[in-house]
Design a protein around this ligand. Structure first.
Ligand SMILES: *[C@@H]1O[C@H](CO)[C@@H](O)[C@H](O)[C@H]1NC(C)=O
Length: 165
């Protein structure tokens, strides 16, 4: 019982501290390696705390001890929609250096029936894959939810979209 309470308290602390954008070391590494537009567009600070997550205190100069996970959210979601799933991994052996998310699209501002599978969504996820792969120096495991699945698939296959040739 005490252990369970401890775990719940620990989860509560995690939940309250992990709703954030990229950590400074990750943001700065992207900025230094790929430039500010890439860092800003993947960080999605425009969406607030749920726009993105990941990075931990890793500096990008070595391989992370574990293969990272990239969670790709569904239609009209944000990365933060998957905080529970993120917390699950953080509580089960993954660290903030190895669980990542970014947001494609406008996080629900556009009504669901008007959202199409935009090439920009695919490229957002592809850029995120490239950045996480470079930063962790590891292959990346990808979990896609709903629309996030076909988008992640296209991103993995090279990012070719109908509207970019
Ligand atoms: C990105 O890096 C450049 C060059 O070091 C720096 O001038 C700029 O302030 C950085 N941008 C942010 C948002 O940290």
């Amino acid at each position: 019982m005490a252990t369970l309470l401890f775990k719940l308290a620990f989860l509560a602390i995690l939940t309250s501290t992990v709703s954030s954008s990229f950590t400074p070391s990750f943001f700065n590494w992207i900025n230094a390696t790929f430039g500010e537009p890439t860092a800003v567009s993947l960080n999605r600070a425009d969406l607030g705390a749920g726009g993105s997550f990941g990075g931990g205190t890793h500096n990008g100069l070595s391989q992370t001890s574990k293969r990272p996970i990239l969670i790709v959210h569904g239609i009209t979601n944000t990365a933060g929609t998957f905080n529970n799933q993120r917390n699950y991994f953080l509580a089960n052996g993954w660290s903030d250096e190895t669980v990542y998310g970014t947001t494609y699209g406008d996080g629900g501002a556009t009504a669901v029936q008007n959202v199409k599978m935009d090439c920009a969504f695919v490229m957002q996820v592809r850029n995120m894959l490239i950045v996480v792969n470079g930063f962790t120096q590891q292959k990346v495991d990808v979990i896609g939810y709903s629309l996030g699945s076909p988008i992640a698939r296209k991103a993995i296959m090279g990012g070719n979209c109908v509207d970019n040739g």
